[in-house]
Design a protein around this ligand. Structure first.
Ligand code: NAP
Length: 524
């Protein structure tokens, strides 16, 4: 089959870039399935089109009207779901369960924001804070309102969530009234491309509300204005380039960064082997290591356990990991597929080798696994790889190197203080989960490690099988983390709308402010 040539949707039409910038490959067979290029696409014009047509149309609508648009997008995607699953398997090496997290996660987030938007009714601005008196005169007050920004929302996404990354950002921006200019990562752009094609064909969004750039970013950032915003997800290196881009800096374009993260799972001292908290911990670590072959920004990388329990934990994890069936995701019994590309495989092996300088292998390694029917010279597999730090005091790599694959390392701790200090050495993470029976310990950890996280999952036996998972991002909850994780914030229900609005204090007479207040929907 000839590789498909992907196109960008810019200035209201599908446009083919010149030549080939990237090849999209099936990471099991190594075959090229599509090519991408954005070379020659007029990005300045495309941004102007989105601002004029998309902004104009969305701005005229209420939150409830825009919520209906999100619902229509979600329905369009749901109707084509089977096709998307096949693409996720072919281009990303996803198992069906992996594909569901990406595809259904995207559709679910759209539906969630559609419901939330409906609750905001016919308003076109948000009330952030009630009136406050500013002077002796009672009829002179101030309120804080939020109005949609005037520009375009530039969404630059990572390769590991071509669907969820696209729609979790688009849902919030469109509800806020900003047109979306989405750039998926080139290596897995096929899914985003097909989804946007279906949404455009269904004519459920106003012209200019959704644009897609398939290929490299080119001079995109050179054409931004101070009305635009950038929401970026990807590596810390690229994040630094985007945030530090001279035009972005000069125009003070707001940038939200979701970067990499060396997330921890922590076993409490009281969680005994065979107990519900211990079992939940082991289950979750294995799930996080193997789902999407560990290619989740939220995946557990550091397994922080009491010194005396490191052996039991290693044994329990080994027993489960050795039975994880790795192979072609098209086979029903496969539990873990490959990484998305050979380049990602090489980067993962490189990271594992760095970790192994300070740790012993419990299982796995830094070589391609031998798998039935798979050509190791073409495929991008990495075996589930568990390491155990040799000397905690002198181990640095485990806190610094993000292996974006199915690898994690056991780090033993002495006491509560030591555990908090070790977790903090990650330099800021998206999420940590803590497993134990003593509520006092779990509660103390919120203060103990909270400052270096955007989200904590506290697992005690009562919710051991009810929780939504360490690595699953729920749209109701904040997603983002300080420091290394990018210092960004996304989602979190209505809170996520803030990034796409201008917050302003309005000072005036009590009567006038009361009428403005009546026109706005309450953010809280
Ligand atoms: P990446 O190489 O940094 O690429 C991310 C995006 O930036 C891609 O769309 C890429 O486009 C684009 N890009 C590259 N150079 C650019 C430039 N100069 N200007 C504008 N855009 C540019 O990251 P990745 O390899 O796709 O993703 C893996 C990383 O993302 C991991 O470190 C992971 O932890 C992180 N991640 C974080 C989250 C989170 O929510 N915090 C979620 C998922 C992944 P091309 O593909 O065309 O180069």
């Amino acid at each position: 089959m000839n590789p498909q040539t992907l196109e960008s949707y810019a200035s209201g039409r599908w446009t083919r870039g010149e030549g080939v910038e990237s090849s999209l490959v099936d990471p099991v067979a190594g075959e090229m399935i599509a090519t991408a290029s954005a070379r020659g696409v007029d990005l300045k014009r495309a941004l102007g089109f989105a601002r004029k047509h998309g902004q104009g149309a969305l701005r005229a609508l209420s939150y409830a009207d825009r919520a209906k648009l999100l619902g229509a997008v979600a329905d369009t995607l749901a109707a084509n779901r089977a096709k998307y699953e096949s693409i996720a398997i072919a281009n990303s090496g996803n198992t069906k369960a992996d594909a569901a997290i990406d595809i259904d996660g995207g559709i679910g987030t759209l539906k969630y924001y559609a419901r939330l938007g409906a609750s905001l009714g016919e308003a076109r601005m948000l009330l952030d804070e009630k009136p406050v008196r500013l002077a002796k005169a009672e009829n002179y007050q101030a309120i804080h309102l939020m109005v949609p920004r005037r520009g375009v929302a530039i969404h630059i996404n990572a390769f590991n969530f071509p669907s969820w990354g696209l729609w979790e950002k688009a849902a919030v921006a469109l509800l806020a009234g900003m047109p979306v200019f989405a750039k998926p990562a080139s290596s897995t752009a096929l899914l985003a491309h097909e989804m946007v094609r279906d949404v455009i064909a269904a004519q459920v969004l106003p012209d200019g509300a959704l644009s897609l750039l398939v290929g490299s970013a080119g001079d995109l950032l050179d054409h931004l204005t101070s009305d635009d915003v950038i929401a970026f997800t990807g590596s810390a290196d690229t994040a630094a380039r985007v945030r530090g881009h001279r035009h972005v800096v000069a125009r003070n374009v707001p940038v939200n960064i979701e970067a990499d993260s060396i997330n921890a799972a922590l076993l409490a001292p009281d969680a005994a082997g065979g107990g519900a908290a211990f079992d939940a911990f082991v289950r979750e670590v294995v799930r996080e290591m193997t789902v999407k072959a560990g290619q989740k920004c939220t995946a557990i990388r550091r397994i922080i356990v009491p010194e005396g329990k490191a052996g039991d934990v290693a044994e329990a994890l080994f027993a489960k990991l050795k039975n994880t069936k790795v192979g072609d995701p098209r086979n029903e019994d496969t539990r873990m597929g490959p990484l998305v590309t050979r380049a990602q495989q090489a980067a993962a092996f490189d990271g594992i080798r760095k970790l192994a300088r300070e740790a012993d292998f419990v299982i796995g390694g830094a070589e391609p696994p031998a798998l039935d029917g798979i050509d190791a010279g073409k495929a991008a597999f990495v075996a589930p790889t568990l390491l155990r730090v040799k000397d905690v005091k002198h181990a640095d790599a485990v806190h610094e190197v993000e292996v974006f694959g199915p690898a994690a390392t056991i780090v033993p701790y002495r006491d509560e203080k030591d555990a908090c200090a070790l977790v903090a050495r990650g330099g800021g993470s998206l999420v940590a989960s803590i497993y134990g029976e003593d509520q006092g310990f779990l509660a103390r950890m919120v203060e103990g490690i909270g400052p270096s996280h955007g989200r904590l999952l506290l697992v005690e036996p009562a919710i051991a099988s009810a929780h939504s998972g360490h690595g699953i991002v729920m749209p109701q909850c904040n997603h983002g983390g300080p420091g290394r994780a990018g210092a960004g914030e996304e989602l979190g229900g209505l809170y996520g709308l803030r990034f796409y609005h201008q917050r302003l204090a309005v000072q005036g007479s009590t009567d006038l402010l009361a009428s403005l207040q009546a026109q706005a929907a309450a953010l809280h």
